[in-house]
Design a protein around this ligand. Structure first.
Ligand SMILES: [Zn+2]
Length: 351
């Protein structure tokens, strides 16, 4: 139940694209993994990390991100699962004390964020986001000071959704709190405009937050809920990916709107909507300092081939980019294994 129930074993940087002072550093912590389960923990952390890197828009900014895995052991495996929410009643003595069933919702999985941040501060002081993975196959997660996900079958999707809250201040776009047909106090959103960029109380085309992304031919509001006592589960009236104003968002059936019919902040397994993708790209560094001093093994071939325009791919950089300067100059033949200093810029090459 406390830090007496385990130990911090150490930290491994599993993705290293550049210095933490300027790059975006994700720290992964684990709870409910016993000392003998660290191999499983490492595999779980890698699975989550790989999924993040494969999901737009992170695919576009992989090379500005670093990932650190902090190994923390717990006395017991798993997490608390109180009977109050229909759980098994299991309790687990774990370092961060993760527990399902918060605010009456079994899926709301929380842990001791103060301890989590203290561990992150000690292990990776320049972290930008902390994600805790909890060794349980029960569905759950939360996004507060620390993003938390269980290792349920949809773990990667939960992690991405909770990161949306924790690192990018995105709101839940879904239209209920405890569940459709369960909530009795979620008919109409209060009039206060939410601060998050992906939900709004406005359906006015001229002033809606994401107005620049709405095509003139798309009706606004795009869909309205005909019965505010219920979740609206009719199919979309417009093609997938259409940006408009869809009623039902921010835990309410009516008087709150979301930008697309479905988004990862609504439903797992969906892409982030274009408004959420834009927000994520706004927060992640767009540029990193020019990378100089990469040691390239196959130097001879590379220097001939690189020039100004070609992409540097594979092991030479953390993602797409182009080489704008190098020593020796393009076309110079140098021996394989020589050191070649490359300056690499992100984004598309000129021309
Ligand atoms: Zn969205």
């Amino acid at each position: 139940m406390t830090t007496a129930d385990g130990s911090v074993l150490g930290t491994t940087q599993i993705v290293d694209n550049g210095p933490s002072s300027t790059y975006w550093d994700l720290v992964i912590l684990g709870d409910g993994y016993q000392a003998g389960q660290m191999t499983q923990y490492a595999a779980d952390a890698k699975k989550i990390c790989d999924a993040i890197f494969e999901t737009p828009p992170f695919t576009q900014r992989q090379w500005v991100m670093n990932v650190h895995r902090v190994d923390v052991s717990s006395t017991d495996s798993g997490a608390d699962d109180p009977t109050a929410c229909g759980g098994s009643g299991a309790t687990a003595r774990t370092y961060f004390d993760a527990s399902f069933c918060n605010n009456g919702s079994r899926r709301l999985l929380v842990a001791n964020a103060t301890t989590a941040l203290a561990v992150a501060n000690a292990q990776v002081p320049q972290w930008n986001m902390v994600l805790m993975i909890v060794n349980s196959t029960i569905y759950g997660g939360s996004g507060g000071a620390v993003a938390i996900c269980s290792m349920a079958p949809d773990a990667e999707e939960i992690a991405l959704h909770e990161m949306g809250h924790t690192a990018f201040a995105l709101a839940d776009e879904y239209d209920n709190y405890l569940g459709c047909g369960v909530d009795t106090d979620r008919d109409n959103h209060p009039p206060t405009e939410p601060s998050q960029v992906n939900v709004t109380t406005s359906s006015n085309r001229a002033t809606i937050k994401w107005r620049d992304l709405i095509e003139p031919s798309t009706p606004v509001p795009t869909m309205t809920n005909p019965d505010c006592t219920q979740c609206d589960r009719r199919p979309s009236s417009v093609p997938d990916g259409t940006v408009g104003a869809f009623e039902g968002a921010d835990y309410y059936h009516c008087r709150a709107f979301r930008p697309e019919y479905r988004c990862k902040m609504f439903d797992l397994g969906r892409p982030f909507c274009v408004v959420c993708r834009r927000r994520i790209l706004d927060v992640l560094p767009a540029r990193v300092p020019d990378v100089v001093g990469r040691h390239v093994q196959a130097a001879a071939g590379l220097v001939v081939w690189a020039g100004l325009k070609p992409f540097i791919g594979g092991p030479y950089s953390g993602g797409p980019g182009w080489c704008f300067n190098q020593r020796p100059k393009p076309g110079t033949i140098v021996a394989t294994g020589s050191r070649v200093d490359l300056a690499i810029r992100n984004g598309l090459p000129p021309g």
